[in-house]
Write a protein that binds this ligand. Structure first.
Ligand code: PEP
Ligand code: MG
Length: 581
């Protein structure tokens, strides 16, 4: 049994057999072989090396004939790498001494060579690193390892263990068979984490290197509540986790009874409790759990989950489905937030060194109006079916907001002139997720109808910490006093201007932090569907005075740690049932 610690990003416990994917999504069916199979495994590798050599030599000859010797030499260099004596010795050692399977040894050794070359930061070596990865892929192919296909063809429950999963790969996981996942990289605020929560898939990320410790058909426990992963658990651990799962089911059933109760404090202050969704099908879970509305519809996932760029009609169908299903409850449709870790169908500019500071979100939408216009048209058309509100993400300057509003006006006029049914009088809001926007909020409030604080990005940009980087995950805290001060200022400016303000970042889904936000004056929260019951339970267990006391005291601390210790203390006293939720 081996227990490893990572970052908990999506709650729940999953137990099942491991499916290990290597860094490029190749499925490595077995990482280790029996002692008696070592000789055969080594022979398999030698055959794969011969096959790849032959194909490289063919490529060299054909390319030289067509494009000249200097181009053909690319393959000559790859051949030389493939027959490098140190590489051959290391592969042999891993298979014969460590009993690694041939694909696993290939994947491990060639990836570490490529990583070492990239670390040297020379353009020439970086290109060489790509050649190394190319050889790895050819060898894996020759060894019968298949790329991604197993994820599409699953027939049994699995737990995915891999280097990384992108948000779109996560969105495309087959929920019927994938019970949970665990990755070596990734941080708490990344969109992969958010999608996992939306799919109610227990997940742990940022464990660091561990895949080489996963044996053949290892049983795994993913403990998404505590960020733990347990390989080959013993019987006692398995039964402890199984009974924990049962207790959780019982507790969840008691919370189900709150579905039709309002999110109201013990002394009658009403909080609007809404849900965040990525896909239309999540509406069912929102309704089942009594959401007051959709507080954040992350529309970019329409791009991430489909093979072709969505058309205006695709947008319209998706939005209409959500709006109709929600009846007269509000639906806040956030415009495309593509870029950074959420890439669509167009390749990212290759000179983006800091994608989170680059062409993402509203910036990308304004620069690519051929993508943005169809979405805006679809939103205005879908608005005839219910209470639709539109929200622009990552607004940093007034000029951006004005440009977005202007485009919306133009699109609305186009629709009307063409006699297409639409609504152009819908409320327009902006996300507050950049410190610059908070500092300028006294101006922004004059030009929008509502605000929503996106703490996931606000934390990232305030504390200068990449939300999906496990190495700085300990700094990524929405309870940091600097973040709390920005939230406090946002609430102050909204109140002064008489504008509704909500919090739709992940912060609001943690019960103690939700109480803190309410104490600071927030009366509207938006959380992933699976967090609705516990946040409602927290709200219904406290008075507004208790929330205000929490806020007043929390604002006096100097570090996130002090704030968290205090919040845990208050939660233990006020709603002990939720302490471990
Ligand atoms: C946020 O940044 O808090 C937010 C809600 O948006 P996203 O997580 O999609 O960036
Ligand atoms: Mg954001």
């Amino acid at each position: 049994m081996l227990e490893l610690q990572g970052i908990p990003v999506s709650p729940g416990v999953a137990i099942g057999p491991a499916l290990v994917l290597d860094a490029d999504g190749y499925s490595i069916p077995r990482c280790y072989v029996n002692e008696t199979d070592v000789a055969d495994e080594y022979h398999r590798l030698q055959q794969a090396v011969d096959d790849v050599s032959r194909s490289l030599e063919e490529n060299r000859l054909q390319t030289s004939a067509k494009l000249g010797n200097s181009t053909g030499d690319i393959f000559a260099a790859q051949l030389q790498m493939l027959h490098d004596p140190r590489l051959a010795a290391e592969l042999r050692r891993r298979i014969t001494e460590l009993q690694q399977s041939a694909p696993y040894a290939v994947s491990q050794v060639l990836h570490s060579y490529a990583a070492a070359m990239r670390r040297l930061k020379s353009t020439l070596l970086a290109e060489r690193a790509d050649d190394v990865i190319d050889i790895e892929k050819q060898l894996l192919h020759a060894l019968g390892a298949v790329r991604s296909a197993p994820l599409k063809e699953l027939t049994e429950p699995v737990i995915i263990l891999c280097y990384n999963l992108t948000p779109s790969e996560t969105a495309n996981l087959d929920r019927r068979f994938v019970r949970g996942f665990c990755t070596e990289t990734g941080g708490a605020g990344g969109h992969t984490a958010i999608v996992a929560k939306g799919m109610e898939l227990p997940a742990v990320v940022g464990v660091g290197e561990f895949l080489d410790r996963v044996g053949q058909s290892t049983q795994v426990i993913v403990d998404g509540d505590h960020g733990r992963i347990i390989l080959n658990p013993d019987e006692a651990t398995l039964s402890r986790y199984r009974s924990g799962q049962e207790q959780q089911r019982i507790f969840d059933r008691t919370l189900e009874q709150l579905r039709d109760q309002p999110a109201e404090t013990t002394d009658g202050t009403l909080v609007s409790l809404n849900a965040n969704i990525e896909f239309p099908h999540e509406v069912a879970a929102c309704l089942e759990r009594g959401a007051d509305g959709i507080g954040l519809y992350r529309t970019e996932f329409l791009y991430l989950a489909s093979e072709q760029e969505p058309s205006e009609e695709d947008h319209y169908q998706a939005y209409s489905q959500v709006v109709r299903a929600m009846g007269d409850r509000p639906v806040v449709i956030r415009t495309l937030d593509l870029g950074a870790d959420k890439m669509g169908h167009r390749p990212r500019a290759d000179n983006e060194r800091n994608p989170f500071l680059g062409l993402r979100s509203i910036r990308l939408a304004l620069k690519n109006q051929d993508i943005f216009r169809p979405q805006l048209r679809a939103i205005l058309r879908a608005a005839v079916h219910g209470d639709v509100r539109i929200m622009f993400p990552l607004i940093t300057t007034l000029a951006e907001l004005r440009q977005a509003r202007m485009l919306l006006n133009v699109v609305g006029e186009d629709l009307r002139e063409a006699g297409i049914e639409c609504r152009t009088d819908i409320p327009i809001g902006m996300m507050v997720e950049v410190p610059a926007a908070v500092l300028m909020l006294d101006r922004f409030v004059k030009e929008v109808d509502f605000l929503s604080i996106g703490t996931n990005d606000l934390v990232q940009y305030t504390l200068a910490v990449d939300r999906s980087n496990e190495s700085v995950a300990d700094l990524y805290q929405s309870s940091d006093p600097a973040v709390l001060r920005l939230i406090e200022k946002s609430i102050y400016e909204a109140k002064k201007a008489g504008l509704p303000i909500s919090v739709c970042g992940e912060m609001s889904s943690r019960p103690a932090r939700a109480l803190l936000l309410i104490g600071m004056g927030v009366r509207s929260l938006s959380v992933p569907p699976n967090a609705l019951p516990k946040v409602k339970k927290a709200i219904r267990s406290v008075s507004i005075k208790e929330c205000e006391e929490i806020a007043e005291r929390a604002m006096t601390f100097e570090s996130a740690r002090e704030v968290d210790i205090y919040l845990a203390d208050r939660l233990r006293a006020l709603v002990p049932e939720l302490l471990h939720q």
